[in-house]
Write a protein of this length. Structure first.
Length: 441
């Protein structure tokens, strides 16, 4: 279960402010449930949880099984909502250091077959920027490995992804006898260049992104589910975690997801217009990057919204910690914390205690993290930074599914409180048209 702790934010709010906002919160929540708000034709991300498609989950699992058997690397090409969700969940739920053996290809491994068929493939990402250096190094590193590609683009026309796909396809043709059998596309049901390419090349598999699900809300569609399943993560538990959060939040107009939206709204009205999502477990940093897109693209329009940024503590306490404590006072902070310590690593005692650390001997690194979190939340509140904490059960598929839905629902309600359409992103087109002009499109 996901919950919100507001003890370090209450004193920053006027008495009764949250209670006074209740009717507006309920109205926004109802508009999400009943599809009566702005952009409500893009609420398909809820529908797919209200009526789960188990056959699709099974189909994705079957494809992932083949990838786990045949691929050393699954290369996912996509940008924005077409990669941030998968990357977030995979980072959160797989080991820091890959268990994959680093040994070179055996001369007995037939060309194009996995060197390590019993391990999930390494999932890598590209197509999310325009760096030629990155692509060149990536492809050189992939040389000799059994590579499969999942190109993910709802429009099928996003330049960063499309260009990377062009380069990667040419490389695949040089590397493999039947490159199309190694390519999976995830795109619109009929529109866009990826569909045309599929028609011409007959790729191994196509998954459809539903019309009514926008990129940043698509992690629970094949956009996120296929790479996540390929990485060896239990997508059934992950998906049904989101289903249970959807049921729970939909039935409770006082749920913490709504309190989170309300609190941020009240703080924004008091000129706290920057929100830092802070994690102490580095594995959660990419959940922060996913959250950043979800909130930034959904709220940041019509000259409103909190600017979302991500901090990884305690590392960043030694860089932006000074600013957080004593810089401009327009900041609020949201800590994202698992209730369960992901690893119980004890600190050993030494006989001589030369480093003077025996005072923590016998505690775990998790105990130290907890002290760092408690201390930071208190110190930042003392320094004028209202902060809240979102607690979730553990770094496991079901709680991560719950957490992602918590944020999706919160941002929809938040958009309606701000009176914007949370499901479009008209501003993103501006840099594209300037760029296309310069490329003589
Ligand atoms: O949230 C969104 O809709 C965007 O971030 C898109 O996901 C991103 O621009 C990529 O678009 P596409 O999937 O069409 O390539």
């Amino acid at each position: 279960m996901v919950s919100l702790d507001t003890q370090h934010a209450q004193s920053f709010l006027d008495d009764g402010a949250l209670a006074d906002l209740k009717p507006q919160i309920e109205e926004a929540h109802e508009a999400v449930l009943n599809k009566t708000g702005k952009g409500s034709h893009m609420l398909g991300w809820r529908d797919l949880l209200l009526d789960p498609d188990d056959a699709l989950l099974q189909d994705i699992e079957a494809t992932a099984h083949r990838l786990r058997r045949d691929a050393d690397v699954l290369l996912c090409l996509g940008i924005g909502g077409s990669y941030l969700g998968a990357r977030a969940v995979i980072s959160a739920l797989t080991p820091y250091l890959s268990a994959r053996q680093p040994d070179p290809p055996s001369p007995d491994t037939p060309e194009g077959q996995s060197m390590h068929p019993s391990q999930p493939p390494e999932v890598r990402f590209a197509g999310h920027h325009t760096s030629g250096a990155y692509l060149r190094e990536l492809l050189s590193d992939l040389d000799g490995k059994s590579v499969f590609v999942n190109v993910i683009s709802k429009s099928g026309t996003t330049l960063e992804t499309a260009l990377s796909f062009r380069v990667v396809r040419a490389w695949m043709h040089d590397q493999f006898d039947a490159p199309s059998d190694r390519i999976i596309i995830t795109t619109d049901k009929e529109q866009g260049a990826l569909n045309a390419l599929h028609e011409a090349n007959d790729f191994y598999k196509k998954y459809v992104i539903p019309d009514d699900v926008g990129g940043r809300f698509s992690v629970l569609t094949p956009v996120g589910l296929l790479p996540i399943a390929a990485a060896g993560i239990d997508i059934h538990s992950f998906f049904y975690g989101a289903v249970s959060a959807c049921e729970e939040i939909s039935a409770d107009a006082e749920h913490d997801a709504l309190r989170y939206a309300a609190l941020r709204y009240l703080l924004l009205n008091d000129d706290y217009d920057v929100e830092a999502l802070a994690v102490f477990e580095p594995k959660l940093r990419n959940i922060g990057r996913w959250w950043q897109q979800l909130f930034g693209e959904s709220e940041g329009k019509e000259h409103t919204g909190l600017f979302p940024t991500v901090a990884q503590y305690t590392t960043d306490l030694h860089s932006i910690g000074q600013y957080m404590q004593q810089g401009q006072r327009n900041l609020m902070e949201t800590f994202l914390m698992p209730k369960k310590d992901p690893a119980s690593l004890s600190i050993p005692e030494t006989e001589d205690d030369v480093d003077g650390l025996n005072y923590v001997a016998g505690k775990t690194m998790g105990d130290v993290t907890r002290a760092a979190y408690d201390g930071t939340a208190q110190a930042h509140a003392n320094g004028g930074v209202p902060n809240v904490t979102i607690w979730f059960d553990a770094l496991a598929p079901q709680p991560i599914g719950e957490l992602l839905y918590f944020f999706e629902h919160a941002v929809a309600v938040s958009g309606y409180l701000l009176d914007v359409n949370p499901f479009n992103q008209p501003g993103v087109e501006d840099y594209k048209s300037e760029m296309y002009d310069r490329l003589d499109r």
